[in-house]
Design a binder for this molecule. Structure first.
Ligand code: PLP
Length: 386
């Protein structure tokens, strides 16, 4: 049996895969089993921040893997401690809990919010509010946090204690908070799965102000937007926000499973011994990879992400068949005249791998994609949209 047949026979049918088997790559070029080359405009859904098989990343992983590939969290390991320090220094947050995925990072944030509120406001204060059209993960609790009904339908009952309101509607949030039961608000600065929709900056500022007044936690889901994706280390920095909790994963370790829940001063001591844990969380190889990624996300490099974003937007904006371009940095969504799926299919046939998000074509290239590849990819996308 070949890979397609084995996959069809033995893997749960949760992913509608494209008929392409990727076998190798370098940077932003990947190759399928037939030898066909593609420009990768998806980077594993915002994971391979420095592309595929990047030499610096490989060296960091290899060095750690030769030392210790895993150690229980009952012992100290240097990459884990150094990464936590780096993330705190780069964000002003105070402590980190490491897991393995975005959903787990959000689970941790939700536990922290519930415990903080129970201890400071009483057990009745346990509601987490998120935005309509948001996406926060696939576990039962993060599905409950996800503000899209269609994800909920088949899995009732979900974890109780969640409510949603439309982005931009502060009055709707105020109505939800009126009973004094809201512990935290969890938002994405750019809704990724929801269609690459950035938050309105004025709304973001007034939201933060209101939550401060009410002593409600501001928690920001940076699973997709984090680690340089939007041209800042974290997307909330584009908005001048001061979150109490930040969650991240995807690009954090550049291609190994790692999630992090960053705790600000207000909640830094909420978790104590035995409150939370993860066998693989903070794995030294994943943390060594993440350290090498973080070290390369310098101010100059992040400014370069902004330049690449402007280049790509400039090429795509106003092209025939492209109605609008949304997003921040190298996280862009194209509203196209043709159905997004059709555009993605045509791009793939012509050697460019793109993604969709709702009705949009979604682009999440590696942060270091060379300009000539961006130009070539844009040509193919524009031709597919015509
Ligand atoms: N939060 C956001 C904003 C996401 O985009 C995703 C995944 O797409 C998740 C959470 C879930 O992350 P994971 O698939 O690593 O659990």
């Amino acid at each position: 049996m070949n890979t397609f047949d084995l996959d069809q026979a033995y893997i749960a049918h949760t992913y509608k895969r494209f008929p392409v088997e990727i076998v190798s790559g370098k940077g932003s070029l990947v190759r399928d089993a037939s030898g066909k080359e593609y420009i990768d405009m998806g980077s594993g859904i915002a994971v391979t921040s420095f592309g595929v098989a990047d030499d610096t990343w490989i060296a960091a992983v290899e060095q750690q893997i030769r030392r210790v590939q895993h150690m229980s969290n009952l012992y100290y390991t240097e990459p884990c401690a150094r990464l936590a320090e780096t993330l705190c220094r780069r964000t002003g947050m105070s402590r980190v809990f490491f897991g393995n995925s975005g959903a787990e990072a959000n689970e941790c944030a939700i536990k922290v919010a519930r415990k903080w509120a129970a201890e400071t406001k009483g057990p009745g204060c346990n509601v987490i509010v998120t935005l309509e059209n948001s996406f926060h993960g696939r576990t039962l609790t993060t599905l409950a946090a996800t503000g899209q009904e269609h994800y909920h339908e088949l899995y009732q009952p979900l974890t109780p204690g969640f409510a949603h309101f439309p982005a931009g509607d502060l009055d709707a949030l105020k109505a939800l908070c009126a009973g004094g039961q809201v512990a935290a608000v969890l938002i994405e600065c750019v809704q990724g799965e929801g269609g690459v929709i950035p938050l309105d900056p004025a709304f973001a500022s007034s939201l933060e102000l209101y939550l401060r007044e009410q002593d409600i936690l501001l928690m920001i889901d940076e699973v997709q937007t984090g680690n340089g994706r939007t041209g800042k280390m974290y997307a909330y920095m584009n908005y001048g926000l001061h979150p109490d909790v930040v969650t991240t994963a995807k690009g954090l370790a550049g291609g190994l499973p790692l999630g992090a829940c960053l705790l600000g001063d207000k909640v830094k001591d909420v978790l104590s011994y035995g409150d939370h844990g993860s066998t693989f969380g903070g794995n030294p190889v994943a943390c060594a990879a993440a350290l090498s990624v973080a070290e390369r996300l310098t101010d100059a490099f992040l400014a370069g992400v902004g330049v690449k974003s402007a280049l790509l937007r400039g090429l795509l904006d106003g092209a025939p068949g492209i109605l609008s371009v949304s997003g921040l940095g190298l996280m862009l969504g194209l509203k196209t005249v043709k159905p997004a799926g059709e555009v993605v299919q045509a791009c793939m046939e012509n050697g460019v791998l793109c993604l969709t998000a709702k009705d949009k074509v979604r682009l999440l290239p590696a942060l270091n994609i060379p300009d000539d590849l961006l130009r070539r990819a844009a040509e193919v996308i524009i031709a597919a949209c015509k």
